[in-house]
Design a protein around this ligand. Sequence first.
Ligand code: URA
Length: 209
Amino acid sequence: MDSLEEIARLVRHCTDCPLSAGRTNAVPGEGSADAEIMFIGEGPGYQEDRQGRPFVGPAGQFLEELLASIGMTRQNVFIANMIKCRPPQNRDPSPSEMSACSKYLDRQIELIDPKIIVTLGRIALSRFFPGESITRVRGTLREKDGRFIYPIMHPAAALHRQDSRPVIIEDFKGIPAVLDQVRAKLLHSPVAANAPAQTPPAKQLSFFE
Ligand code: URA
């Protein structure tokens, strides 16, 4: 898989797990190939399945408001999901569905090589930190395998629980500072200064361990 377009094509034709049988459209993800920020949600819901695009339902509307609050749009970032097909009744994706789908997300991350990955909710958090509690780590920058991860709660949480809304807004407002922090670390890393452009310097570093 050499490009995001190729991944999207393969995702749309994928039959590697039973979710493919129930989909209207697969949802590969979308946004800028040069994005510094990549968002990872859980999986498509009703609207996403109908339209083949990530975060276009009520949670997506809130995500767009959150992006606007930090002066960004969907076009500036990349938005993906853990799984690319909608599970029945929007249930949590199963471990086998996530494992069948992970090759696509893994390659999207490699190709985009974002400076930070913002995980939305506990399912996306578990990809990087299995067993970790979202309430414990939300709003704090972490590093895993050379990638910088900023976990926040899922925007859909605010639709069910009003008290989570200000928490999500607050954590989201932290994104520009976190991005600056990571940019500065990469800039001042001796590895970054000498590395060819394709080599992500963050992979050499371990700031948070
Ligand atoms: N929730 C998600 O996790 N992803 C979407 O694309 C939409 C809602």
